[in-house]
Design a protein around this ligand. Sequence first.
Ligand code: X5A
Ligand code: ZN
Length: 663
Amino acid sequence: MVSGTALVYDEEMMNYRLLWDDPECAIEVPERLSSSYKRLQDYDLVNRCVLLPVREATEEEITLVHSPEYLDVVKSTQTMDIDELKKTSKKYTAAYFHQNSYRCAKLSLGGTLQLVDAVMSGDAQNGMALIRPPGHHSQRSESNGFCVFNNVAVAAEYAKIKYKVQRILIVDWDVHHGQGIQYIFEDDPSVLYFSWHRYEHGSFWPNLSESDYDFIGKGRGTGFNVNLPWNQIGMGNADYIAAFLHVLLPVAFEFNPELVLVSAGYDSGIGDPEGRMCATPECFSHLTHMLMHLAGGKLCMILEGGYHLRSLSESVSMTVRTLLGDPVPRLSGNMTPCYSALESIQNARHAHSPYWKCLFHDETRLVQNISTKGLSAPAPLHADASAVDEFLENHMKILHPTPPMTTLLVAPGEHTLNLLAGAHLEESTATTEQAIHAMSVFNQDLLNENLLNSVGKMLPALEKLVNRKTRNCITLSPNASLSAAVAVQQVLRLGSERVLCILIGDVDMKPEITNDGKTMCLTISGDKMLEKTISQFQTFIKWKEGPHEGNSFFYALFRFLLPLAYSYQPDLITLAIESSRSIGTKDIALLTSLLQGLADGAILAIVTEADKDVIEALSNVLVSCASMFFGPYKPPAKECIQSLTQELTVMQTYWSMLQCLAN
Ligand code: X5A
Ligand code: ZN
């Protein structure tokens, strides 16, 4: 199995800077690199990565994207004096050259290609390149927006040629539109480009009409360019997560890339003077975690912008930490996307609905009158600069520390434990009296010795889970849903405040749902369901995979299950999988893995003892965070969509992350 996170860094890329007075370019400083690297060291993350040296990109590599004439211009800056450098810079927009620019741009691009080589060859699972100059604004024959060579665009062409990759996803989470990448791939269906960016109806740099949601690509590339313009500043965690769940991820899973490149700019993070957005460093953990589920985990992060040094370095650290497999921290703040964000999401979904099956199931329509149009001043931000600095200074301290063990296994009796290498076996057990007591409110007809044993073993494990002695827990039980019902009751007693309980299959027993919001219960079953949603804390969907191991489940995942979970913000998740389950092992693995973005990864998975496939799938996900491959998208059965739509209609009035329409 491929493992390891690569890190590309070389302080030589600090050897160029702006030599004259230019307020627009002054923010792009060498310290962007050193402060990010320093923070990675502080968090002891550098030691855990495989360090890759940079190299110079060759002329042949540079001209995969750039014209030889432009290469000559950049080359010629090596020997220029200040006046000539200034004059050359002024030929372009928001660009500056230094005598070392050419050398650093070659290292920046070469470093990016080193990362692609490591990930494509299997030397590393994923990685990050800390480089400058950035790349996503640079065009075939033009420097632009501090960018000299288009690192990510060249990397995509390079991967296509060297590794015969047929589908590459580029995710540009920098706050500026990477128009350079868009121009290079606008007619190319082998590269899906997604970018969100501060836009404000075109009043924000680079002020292009082709940055709007209705530019969707050209010719054969139509549908393969996804723009999500933000028309207001102040976008935060909820807006970014909603954008991923409702726009990027469904399309990306349907596209089914073989490699994911991220134009990882952090000017979209809190405190940045360019972006003026509000997303906290933890948000980048979530974005990273979600992308780790594509392309068998082949994920390359390539630094672009990011101008608030503290925010940049914290967000870079959260990204690398997540690539390494550490638990994803919980998001702070209210999980309600703002109205303007919803409008942008609605329009992007509508613009792409003819091209992607996953968007076609829903009703989509354009926003009639965009609410922010005609506004002269942007909405004011709530947080002032010193509050932001204080927040960034302290955010790591308020995160839960990483639990000492990853997985605790509760397995009564003899079991094929080799499936769960790396898990710790729960040794202690509660007394029979304690087990009987814990089960006293449940149906006594279902009680038997096996079940008592299993529950007795589970009780001490629950304490460790609630007290974060273990990140997650896998429990084998003769009756998964009954064990789940007992577990929910117990963890509430132990101090959990919001427990999300997911039941898969036909279940005997449900946890008791009180309307105090302390529990939310979600059932996925293949049968026609008699029950209808009666409360915002209880929901049922019918979902059934066809005869072939299908790949339709991610529709339910992104359209319903994850938005619901992100709205509810559980502090613990119980997952019970009955052998009567109607969804495949890959579906369960993907669901479980993505749920690790919630509740600091505190998941209790309860599986029927006989279900070897699920036990193995869960252990891959929960113990060793293995990467996964999914086939092409197969649209779900009509009745599944129907059942989901019916539940959505009710639930979205309570849980705002479910909404895809602003009006
Ligand atoms: C890479 C990047 C921003 C250029 C802004 C010019 N460039 N106003 O973030
Ligand atoms: Zn930027």
